[in-house]
Design a protein around this ligand. Structure first.
Ligand code: B12
Length: 293
């Protein structure tokens, strides 16, 4: 269960607006803790987040509340990763595919959708592709549907103006964007200011971006073996830049993704759990910026 403050953080809706929406639009009443504080479940968080997306898109709050009440909170009725991939292989229509992904994103808080459904679904999708259970175009279509969802979630998650700045991106030649796109959203939710530079970034782009927006950290993802050389080139160039006096405080260089261990001599790995990595990075950078003496 979440307190109203936590709901405000997770949904991006200020507490006063949450109370007003609850009162005006007859959203299900929050339960109360023993000491009388409002407590909300995950379905309520998903509902408020979805309402906020609709209101930002121009909906009247009353209509948004009606739709949010109708759509959210049924995660158990939605297909599992295996069921979803099997349905894609069996010819699920694009409209239905998008609706199911959208419903899944509405039904649960983002960290749970990402770790509990999206990542296992992508692994299953890769297996299904390797075994000929889905076609190449079906795999591409699913990947672009989820990537768009993550980009929307990223844009809709406020960039905390006073959080430490982190630049993220993928090395030259790398188009496996989904893992880093998920990390970007979770890092913003954890309180970091995230600027995503994009996929397929040549060495020069990294070296140019860092002095332009001096970050507290640079995170490069290394999803497959094919990305190791590009990531090593970018990290070496950033290391050289840090040794010049072009930067007042050199950024921390960090790596993520399946092959992060292959660049560990140039940038420590953040691990393979996306939520834990985002929270750990926030803690490290906050401690660096605010020494407690
Ligand atoms: C979707 C997908 C694509 C999409 C990507 C779309 C996009 N815009 O991202 C498209 C269709 C474009 C694609 C293309 C290719 N793909 Co592909 N793809 C996949 C698939 C199905 C899912 C990838 C994915 O997002 N996985 C989910 C991720 C995030 O899981 P993960 O990488 O294991 O990461 C975990 C952690 O490391 C962590 N993590 C990930 N990123 C980050 C970042 C940070 C900062 C942190 C902290 C943590 C973290 O989170 C995950 C959960 O724990 C995988 C199958 C699979 N098993 O992953 C194949 C797969 C990765 N692809 C593969 C291949 C071979 C290719 C192509 C070469 C195919 C071709 N012949 O064209 C191209 C290469 C593209 C390129 N140049 O980069 C192979 C790679 C094999 C290898 N060498 O390791 C795989 C494994 C498929 C397979 N079974 O063989 N692909």
């Amino acid at each position: 269960m979440y307190t109203i403050k936590q709901v405000a953080q997770l949904s991006g809706v200020p507490t006063a607006t949450l109370r007003a929406w609850e009162r005006r639009y007859e959203l299900p009443a929050a339960t109360r803790s023993a000491s009388g504080y409002r407590l909300y479940d995950e379905a309520a968080v998903a509902r408020f987040r979805f309402m906020r997306q609709l209101v930002q898109a121009g909906w009247a709050p009353r209509n948004a509340a009606a739709v949010a009440l109708d759509g959210a909170g049924h995660a158990a009725d939605l297909p599992s990763p295996q069921e979803f991939v099997a349905a894609v292989g069996a010819g699920l229509s694009p409209v239905r595919r998008q609706a199911l992904v959208a419903a899944r994103f509405r039904a649960q808080p983002l960290p749970e959708v990402i770790e509990g459904w999206l990542m296992p679904m992508l692994t299953e999708l890769g297996n299904a592709w390797a075994q000929g259970r889905v076609t190449v175009w079906q795999e591409h279509a699913v990947a672009s549907t989820v990537l768009r969802r993550l980009h929307v979630a990223f844009e809709n998650t406020p960039n905390p103006a006073d959080g430490p700045l982190v630049l993220t991106g993928l090395p030259s030649g790398c188009h496996h964007e989904v893992g880093l796109a998920a990390f970007n959203v979770l890092a913003r939710l954890a309180g970091l200011q995230v600027v995503y530079l994009g996929p397929d970034l040549p060495e020069d782009a990294w070296v140019g971006a860092v002095p332009a927006h001096p970050p507290a950290a640079v995170v490069i993802a290394v999803p497959t073996q094919d990305d190791v050389a590009g990531a090593r080139a970018a990290l070496s160039a950033l290391g050289r830049l840090s040794r010049t006096d072009a930067l007042q405080t050199p950024p921390l260089l960090l790596a993520g993704g399946g092959r992060q261990a292959d660049v560990a001599d140039l940038a420590p790995g953040l691990g393979h759990s996306l939520t834990a990595a985002a929270e750990e990075l926030r803690d490290t950078l906050t401690a660096r910026l605010e020494p407690d003496d």
